[in-house]
Write a protein that binds this ligand. Structure first.
Ligand code: AMP
Length: 277
């Protein structure tokens, strides 16, 4: 695996690669990240992974400074997953002092996570477009774990006529159901147990849907009761929305996502269930 830190070098090496697959990450790699690599390996070569904790997608009171970083382990995991090139740019190179340009996917970026994380998606779309410009992937893989992010990126690709396929990959979970996330590193043992409230809430939704409930307000009421039985766990939102445009809906059917954001202690976690998947 080649490790590349310089912008000019990644640009040079990726030039004219016709079937390049790209996996952007913020590191603290887990099996969810590696599943994206595996998905691309079926039809892409080379596979480029980036590790960059992007300051522009963190709000002032968020966890940028303490976000888990362990490059040594990440390099080992990427190598084991047979990533061909690992791009680890510096903040100074990507955002020099005179940096001025941002990408904003309007409306979609203000909903759901965008309500509490103002400017978050602007930071995401900006870094992803910058990385696309440097790496020029044919396909880029993202996880359904961050469903809103994927939907916003697809809109960006469409609006800006970018020549890249956004491939969305299923959510990887621990054996007890907790969605894998770098932020799970923050959880104490007690919090880890409370964090299960989120995946359990989605399982409950799925059971209610299977038993014929189609009215989201009925499910939401049940989920709020469910969360009340967990200590130190605060719902930020429980929403149902259509995949294609993030439009909120009360009618549950295929093509709708139920998404939850909750704080367990100080750790903000998200998860979702795509109906029919
Ligand atoms: P991050 O490093 O958190 O920015 O995530 C990098 C990519 O990995 C994003 O496309 C995420 O959606 C994806 N990802 C994160 N967690 C999971 C998971 N549990 N299963 C699948 N993909 C994931």
């Amino acid at each position: 695996m080649k490790i590349i830190r310089e912008i000019n070098e990644i640009r040079r090496i990726c030039r004219d690669k016709k079937s390049l697959g790209f996996v952007p990450t913020m590191g603290a790699l887990h099996k969810g990240h590696l599943s994206l690599v595996e998905t691309l390996q079926k039809d892409c070569y080379p596979i480029v992974m980036s590790i960059f904790v992007n300051p522009k997608q963190f709000g002032k009171n968020e966890d940028f400074a303490k976000y888990p970083r362990d490059l040594e382990i990440d390099i080992k995991l990427a190598e084991e997953a047979k990533v061909d090139m690992l791009f680890i740019p510096s903040e100074e190179d990507l955002y020099p002092d005179d940096y001025r340009t941002y990408i904003d996917v309007e409306e979609l970026s203000d909903k759901l996570c965008g309500k509490s994380r103002k400017g978050h998606f602007k930071g995401v779309t900006t870094i992803v477009l910058k990385l696309f410009n440097l790496i020029k992937p044919k396909v880029a893989a993202f996880g359904w774990k961050d469903a809103q992010q994927g939907i916003i990126l697809k809109q960006m690709v469409k609006d800006l006529n970018l020549d890249v396929e956004i491939r969305m990959c299923d959510i990887l979970r621990d054996s007890d159901g907790l969605a894998l996330s770098s932020r799970n590193n923050y959880l104490s043992n007690e919090e880890r147990k409370n964090a299960l409230s989120i995946s359990q809430a989605l399982q409950l939704s799925s059971k209610m849907f299977a038993s014929g409930v189609r009215d989201f307000s009925v499910i939401k009421k049940k989920l709020v009761e469910h969360f009340n039985s967990f200590s130190n766990t605060n719902i930020e939102y429980i929403e149902a929305f259509r995949i294609e445009n993030l439009q909120e809906t009360d009618f549950l059917e295929k093509g709708v996502i139920i998404a939850i954001a909750a704080k367990v202690g100080k750790t903000r976690l998200i998860d979702n269930w795509r109906i029919g998947e």
